[in-house]
Design a protein around this ligand. Structure first.
Ligand SMILES: *Cc1c(COP(=O)(O)O)cnc(C)c1O
Length: 424
């Protein structure tokens, strides 16, 4: 359920025409619906009304300051994976005591920064990281609050690139050695163990892998508690999927029900790290048709957005629905929708049935609110596009389109290279 749809043949985001935004802000452009973001947060939160968990929005799914601030204003915390995300989360008003820090490669500088910000906890993913956190905390004369991320070795039945809780994945500490890791953590003077953490993968459509993982983790908690370690928080990560095409993703209610049943004996606070489910279908990428062409039997629609703007089709072979911004009378033809980048992997769809659009007409790539702009790059020296947030009848540019000067910001040509003519 979201607030994008047609009225009189024109695609709207809430009460604003997508075409109006394209005219005023330019193309391509990411457009988010505040009403949809709020709805998704409330549906998710209300599904867990019995356990009242701390909901930490996974910032990497959509890192725009306005989006983080919107969730912050609704009481959300943040799940971060870098110092940059910590900076964003704090800047967007997230309560520091609602920030959890995940990721296998936190640098010593990032650890110091997070300690100085006094976040809720570090989700530690290796013994060496545990030692690094202890050292940093010792230097600062503080105790670092820590959860250990365990790898429960569960197959989440999702795309291999987004599964994270199997032995062969780099994430977490093998559950078989987790007890030793906890014993070691307890012995460290500058570590305070406060919880346990897992995150088994993304775009999960079934809840059974999470329930299986929870069973394993709960067995471990019993053993850890026997050793006198207080597990106050149980962070079960994110990963609930959404419908892109015809997947039947479990509803937040079903997800919550299964988790609450599996955790009925757990005494402590539950933490969740949803990303995709909150933002995925709250965003679209609108782009204009540049050219049409045909090579042999194949028809191509070349648009002004590329894989640098939205990499999910190229990277994960992801499906995104494509809609014309204005409905047309044209019949449908199988077409490849491609971008301007010099890579054959630069496509949004293969052999998709779409009307023949004219130059200048626009399409919308649907459900790109998660891992869309946040995974975008400047490849081919393309300026990153603008982001717009719609709220009822109003729209706001929440990130300006980059300029040529933004592209070369921080670059310099050393003096031993003689520039023949200087145009910049
Ligand atoms: C990416 C990530 C999430 C969010 O995953 P979604 O599938 O977007 O819900 C949560 N926790 C951790 C540790 C992550 O890396």
């Amino acid at each position: 359920m979201n607030f994008f749809g047609y009225k009189n043949g024109e695609l709207y985001c809430e009460d604003v025409k997508v075409r109006t935004i394209l005219e005023k802000v330019g193309s391509p452009v990411y457009i988010y619906s505040a009403r949809t973001l709020k709805r998704h947060y409330n549906v998710f939160k209300n599904a867990f009304v019995r356990t009242k968990p701390l909901i930490c929005f996974s910032v990497k799914a959509n890192s725009n300051m306005a989006v983080i601030a919107l969730f912050s204003s609704m009481g959300a915390g943040a799940d971060i994976v870098s110092g940059g995300e910590l900076f964003r989360a704090v800047g967007a008003g997230i309560n520091r005591k609602k920030i959890v820090y995940s990721g296998v490669g936190k640098t010593p500088e990032e650890i110091v920064y997070a300690l100085a910000e006094d976040i809720l906890m570090f989700n530690v993913e290796s013994i060496e990281e545990l030692e690094a956190v202890d050292e940093a905390a010792a230097l600062m004369g503080v105790k670092a609050p820590v959860s250990i991320r365990v790898n429960p070795d569960i197959n989440p039945h999702t795309h291999p690139y987004i599964s994270t809780g199997m032995k062969k994945n780099k994430f977490g500490i093998d559950i078989r050695y987790a007890q030793e890791a906890y014993a070691l953590a307890k012995s460290k003077h500058h570590i305070q163990v406060i919880g346990i953490d897992m995150h088994i993968g993304s775009q999960l459509t079934e809840v059974s892998p999470i329930v299986d993982a929870l069973k394993r983790v709960q067995g471990l908690i019993k053993d850890i508690r026997k050793n006198g370690i207080d597990i106050q928080y149980m962070d079960i990560g994110g990963g609930l999927g959404i419908t892109y095409k015809d997947e039947k993703a479990a509803s937040p209610d079903k997800y919550a029900g299964a988790i609450e049943r599996a955790l009925k004996d757990f005494r402590g606070r539950l933490i969740l790290e949803p990303g995709r489910v909150l933002v995925g279908n709250a965003g679209i990428l609108a782009a204009k048709v540049l050219y049409r062409k045909q090579n042999g039997m194949k028809k191509f629609m070349i648009v002004d957005a590329g894989m640098n703007d939205l990499i999910r089709p190229s990277f994960y072979d992801a499906y995104h629905e494509i809609l014309p911004v204005e409905k047309t009378q044209s019949r449908l033809f199988k077409q490849d929708v491609v971008g301007p980048i010099c890579e054959s992997g630069d496509f949004f769809a293969h052999d998709r049935s779409l009307p023949l659009l004219e130059r200048g007409q626009a399409i919308a790539l649907m459900s790109v609110g998660a891992y869309g702009f946040s995974m975008s790059s400047n490849y081919n020296s393309r300026k990153r596009v603008a982001e717009v947030l719609v709220n009822d009848k109003e729209y706001y540019v929440v990130r300006k389109r980059e300029t040529n000067n933004d592209l070369i910001k921080g670059e310099g040509i050393p003096s031993f290279i003689k520039i023949r003519s200087k145009h910049v």
